[in-house]
Each structure stands twice: as C-alpha cells, then as structure tokens.
Ligand binder design. Structure first.
Ligand code: HEM
Ligand SMILES: *[C@@H]1O[C@H](CO)[C@@H](O)[C@H](O)[C@H]1NC(C)=O
Ligand SMILES: *[C@@H]1O[C@H](CO)[C@@H](O)[C@H](O)[C@H]1NC(C)=O
Ligand SMILES: *[C@@H]1O[C@H](CO)[C@@H](O)[C@H](O)[C@H]1NC(C)=O
Ligand SMILES: *[C@@H]1O[C@H](CO)[C@@H](O)[C@H](O)[C@H]1NC(C)=O
Length: 544
C-alpha cells in the first residue's frame, strides 16, 4: 500500500504516468524529453542547415538551399488544412504522400523528409521534425540574433494523403485567399507568411521554366535560381524593403517576373494596399512578425492532436541511461547527464539515488564533464553544452529514482529491465558483408524473481520504422514478442527471445526502441538499440 502510494506520487512528480498517451503508448512528457535531447545534441539535424546557405544534397552551384527547403515544406504541408471540414490536414507530414502533385513540384519534399527520417522514432514524429526543422533553419538564418520559434511536440503523422490545394504562382489572389482562410489564416497573415517565407531561397528555372528564363542558368547556378531578395541566406527584411522601395531585386521573380500571370507575391502583398507589408519593414518588426506567423503555421495541426507547451530545454537532463547486470549478477546503472547554460556548467554533476520511503543512497559525483564541440554554437543559442558520464553499481534494492543537481529526476525500475550488455544486434545480411535485409536481436531482460509466478508473461515491445507505400516517411510499427525463461541470476530471473523485425528495413528510418513488460503490472524503461552489444561471434543468435 505504502509502496503503491510512493510510486503514484513519483509518477505524478515525473509526469510519466497518468498522462494521455498516443497510439504507440507514448506520453507528451516522453516526447518533450526526447526533443530536448535532440535540440541539445551537437552535429545533429541542425548541422544540415549550418550555414544557412548549405546545400546538403548537392554541390553549391546547384543553388539548392536546405534551410529554404525545410521552411517551404512547412507551407506545403500545412496550407491544405481545412478548419471547417472534419478538421483534417495541417502539419502532419501528409506531404510525403503528396509529392507527385503538380502543386508540390520539385524534389524538396522527398529530400527534406529523407533527411528528417533518420532522426525520427516512436517519440519524434516526422511532423514534429518538420517543426524542429523550421525552428533550426530560422535560428541558423536569423542573423545576428539566432532566435528560435518556440517549439511544441505531439504532432501525429498522417497515414495517407490529405486534401490538395496548395496555391501556386499562377493561381489567382482569390484562390490563395480561399486556401489561407480554409487553413485558418487571415489575409494579413497570408501576406506575412509569404513575405517571411520568401526571405530565403528563390525560384528555380528547372522547376518553373515559365517564371525564370533559361538565361538564368550559369555554371555557378546550374538550376537557374532567381532569388526572392538580395540576401537569400539571411532571414531578414531585405526582400520586404526591396519590394517597398523598388530597389535591388524589387521583390523578386514573383513580383517583377516578366509573366504577369505568375506575379503571385505582388498580388498578395498589395491585396491590402501594402499595409501589412509596410508594417514589416524594420529588422525588428520583420523578425517578430515572422516568428509569430511561423509559430502559428507550425502549430496548425489536425483537430484531435494535443500539442505540448513550448519546450524550453531544462538546464539538466538525462541524455541516455540504462540499467544492466554484470556476469556476476550485480546491478549497474550508467549513462550521460547533459547540462547547458550561458555560464559554463560545473566541472562535475552531482546526483543521488532516491529510495523507497523518501530516503536516498547518498551524494554521488559524475565523471568530469566535457564541453561538447558545438556546430556553430552561437546559432544554436544554448551556451555551453556539457555531457557527464556516470557509472554506478547498485547495492540497494530499493532505489526508485535518480535526482540530478536538485533539478531533474527520473524513475528507475529495478523490478524489470533490459540487459544491454547481453542483448545483441545481429542483422540478417544478404550474404557475408552484404546489405542488411532485416534487423535481428537476441534480447535479454531481468525480472525480479519474487514478482514472477507460473502464469507470468514477460514480453518485449519493439517500435521500429517501416516503409509506407507512396511516401518516404517511415511509419512506426510495433512488434510484441514473448520472452522465455533462461536462467536465474541472484534475485533476478533472466528471460530472452530472438526478435526478427518483419518486412524490409528502412535504412535511414530512425531509432528502434524496446520495452520489457511483466504482464500488465511492470514496465521497463524504453531502451534504444544503439546501446546493444554488437559483438557476438556465434553463427546463430541463440549462441550469444
Ligand atoms: C500563395 C502562396 C505562395 C506561392 C504561390 C509560393 C510560390 C513559390 C514558388 C514558385 C517557389 C519556387 C520553388 C522552387 O523553384 O524551388 C517558392 C519557394 C519558396 N517558398 Fe513559396 N509560395 C507561397 C507561399 C509561401 C509561404 C507561406 C512560405 C512560408 C513558409 C513559403 C516559403 C518558400 C520558401 C522558403 C521558398 C524557397 C525554396 C527554395 O529556395 O528551395 N512560400 N514559393
Ligand atoms: C505565363 O504563365 C502562365 C502560367 O504558367 C502560362 O500559362 C503562360 O503561357 C505564360 N505566358 C507567357 C507569355 O509565357
Ligand atoms: C504597393 O507596393 C508596390 C511595390 O512597391 C507598388 O507597385 C504598388 O503600387 C503599391 N500599391 C499600393 C496600393 O500602395
Ligand atoms: C558483449 O558480449 C560479449 C559476450 O558475447 C561480452 O564479452 C562483452 O563484454 C559484451 N560487451 C559489452 C559492451 O557489454
Ligand atoms: C517521393 O518518394 C515517393 C516514395 O518513394 C515516390 O512515390 C514519389 O514519386 C517521390 N516523389 C518525387 C517527386 O520524386
């Protein structure tokens, strides 16, 4: 009774249980924490858009701009929302199923989604990654302030195409107005969204030969990009100013292009006699207006989706942690604590383990933290990020939490846990050294022997990315496997199973997570296959 109460209180304090879960059983709290980890990870998604001019998928002379593509995909995914109909559409990655539509011409959608897929998981939907991508792009392109859009998580990926209707440059003003209104944006917001988006990148002759003349192509500009403003690599009011003042590029190809039909930016900007666009013609008003409108677009989601509060990465988080057992049956707990701050975080991290009944096992000190090399630190804007490794052996069977610097806490369940050192990743290959046909795992888990009865079922849930017909966006699938008893080690019973991932492997599909359950009463932490043991030399997994 007492233990139950303590667990319930802990669960509340940590926000882990008792929260609404998505179809995969994941809470908003878990998604927030995974996004915090992603945001504070160096050399990750944000490095693809650093600097703002970077072309991640080709040579510079192609003048494709990854940051601009990431911003554009937001518009193309969101704008087909229908606020009045059944509430479908919005930021849901349905764009993945819609790339062959003429309104989404170009390779930007597939290129972008493939770039994001590697970072997706059961925690981070592709729609959340689109929002992160816009936030990263604006931070990297917004000079010198590097401001970020407040980022929420919880978006759910669509499993099929949504409605059509992205306005194109040859569409009338009325057509664009109808689309924006249907998606929940006023005429003034439409003007803002277009002016903000068209601060980056440009129109490519290869995609829009009716708008940009062939002569735009040069050896330094092989796809004939015609930029919207004189500073396509800076998120700023230059384009607005050039439009209003008639200087420089005068608003670019969609304002002064030779063909009047495709002057959609001109039609939109002057639709309220230039009132909205005039109000954006200072660096400060432009930046604030645009952050607001991009935030609104990012949070335009299908009805029924609950978004988290804006994420402010906490000063201390757990980057990764896992329990394990040594061959002698001693419980270990190890991982990496991460801190960040404008002032350099301390040399070491202090933490303790909370025990049943409210006590603890005494103060602990991590290994010396290392400031991690940050890709264009000032643009990421989180000061110094430091990672601290720790490794402990547990003597107390009543440990229930880890508490870091008095600021962060997470539950630890010693009743049930996966054993990473004795869990093996053994891909099935197309012949020796060949391509990976599917992922195979030998999973081992420890369950407190006193909890196991004759009728107990111990199972492993695997969340893995699968291919979807018609979209490059991976879909998260679930496989549940029953484990069998292998042996007893100290107070634990060890269960194991060989798990083979069904279907084709999505090579750049993102992370695989496992969770062990005892019936419906005990659940382990969710563990990424990244920490599994990869060195089993036995020819068959059962020999590992
Ligand atoms: C009626 C509304 C709009 C029309 C007709 C329109 C049209 C276009 C066209 C024709 C291109 C050239 C694409 C290429 O050749 O690669 C483009 C690029 C772009 N659009 Fe829009 N757009 C509209 C609204 C928006 C909005 C609201 C955003 C804000 C997210 C946006 C963001 C961008 C960006 C960032 C690019 C540059 C892409 C690159 O350089 O690869 N657009 N737009
Ligand atoms: C202008 O653009 C429209 C739409 O792309 C096209 O149908 C038309 O032929 C173009 N006009 C000229 C003169 O190129
Ligand atoms: C709006 O600004 C454009 C570009 O500077 C100009 O051509 C147009 O005449 C203006 N329209 C009005 C109504 O002010
Ligand atoms: C991986 O498993 C082997 C036994 O197959 C063991 O010797 C080794 O210590 C394990 N590696 C890790 C990192 O736990
Ligand atoms: C994008 O990828 C999907 C899935 O492979 C494919 O069906 C579609 O044709 C691709 N789109 C483009 C424009 O190449």
């Amino acid at each position: 009774m007492k233990l139950t109460l303590v667990l319930a209180l802990l669960a509340q304090a940590n926000g882990i249980y008792g929260q609404a879960v998505d179809a995969n059983g994941i809470t908003l709290y878990e998604k927030i924490e995974e996004m915090e980890r992603q945001i504070l990870q160096p050399f990750t998604l944000n490095s693809l858009v650093s600097p703002c001019s970077n072309n991640q998928n080709g040579p510079p002379e192609e003048q494709e701009q990854t940051a601009a593509q990431w911003v554009r995909i937001l518009f193309h995914d969101v704008i087909t929302k229908n606020v009045e109909g059944p509430g479908l559409g919005g930021l849901d990655a349905s764009i993945g199923f819609e790339t062959d539509r003429p309104e989404n011409i170009g390779q930007f959608a597939n290129i972008t989604l493939i770039q994001f897929a590697l970072f997706s998981s059961v925690f981070l939907s592709m729609a959340d990654l689109i929002a992160l991508g816009v936030s990263d792009s604006l931070a990297t392109c917004d000079q010198p302030l590097a401001r970020r859009i407040p980022l929420r998580v919880g978006r759910i990926d669509a499993t099929r195409a949504g409605p059509a209707g992205v306005p194109g440059p040859a569409d009338s003003l009325a057509f664009a107005q109808t689309a924006f209104t249907r998606a929940g944006f006023t005429n003034s917001e439409m003007i803002q969204a277009v002016a903000c988006g068209h601060s980056l990148g440009g129109v490519h002759q290869t995609n829009f030969p009716d708008i940009v003349p062939e002569s735009q192509k040069t050896p330094e500009n092989t796809e004939g990009r015609s930029t919207f403003d004189s500073t396509p690599n800076v998120f700023d009011n230059t384009g607005v100013n050039e439009y209003i003042s008639g200087v420089g590029l005068k608003g670019g190809p969609l304002v002064v292009g030779a063909n009047e039909t495709t002057r959609s930016d001109l039609r939109i900007f002057k639709s309220d006699n230039n009132v909205t666009i005039n109000a954006m013609n200072t660096p400060g008003s432009f930046e604030q207006t645009c952050l607001n409108i991009f935030e609104k677009m990012s949070n335009t989601v299908p009805s029924g989706v609950t978004l988290s509060a804006p994420i402010v990465p906490r000063p201390w988080i757990m980057r990764e942690s896992h329990l394990d057992l040594t061959p002698l049956g001693i419980v270990t707990f190890q991982g990496t604590i991460s801190a960040h701050g404008a002032t350099e975080p301390p040399a070491t991290a202090s933490y303790f383990y909370g025990t049943e009944g409210g006590g603890n096992t005494g103060p602990k000190t991590s290994q010396t933290g290392a400031a991690i090399p940050i890709f264009r630190n000032t643009q990421i804007g989180f000061g110094t990020i430091k990672d601290y490794a720790f490794f402990d052996t547990f003597n107390s069977p009543t440990i229930q939490t880890i508490n870091v610097q008095g600021q962060y806490s997470a539950p630890i369940n010693l009743n049930i846990f996966l054993l990473p050192s004795q869990t093996f990743t053994l891909p099935v290959r197309d012949g020796p050294g060949g391509a990976v046909l599917t992922n195979r795992y030998l999973v081992r888990a420890a369950v407190k022997g006193s909890l196991v009865t004759a009728g107990s079922t111990v199972s492993a849930t695997l969340w893995y990315p699968t291919t979807q017909q018609g979209s490059v966006v991976p879909k998260i699938a679930t496989l549940i496997t029953t484990l069998t008893l292998e042996k007893t080690v100290g107070p634990y019973k060890i269960f194991k199973a060989v798990i083979i991932q069904p279907g084709a492997v999505v090579i750049f599909g993102g992370a695989h997570f496992f969770q062990i359950k005892l019936g419906t009463t005990q659940t382990s932490a969710k563990i990424s296959s990244i920490v599994f043991n990869t060195t089993c030399t036995a020819p068959d997994p059962s020999g590992c």
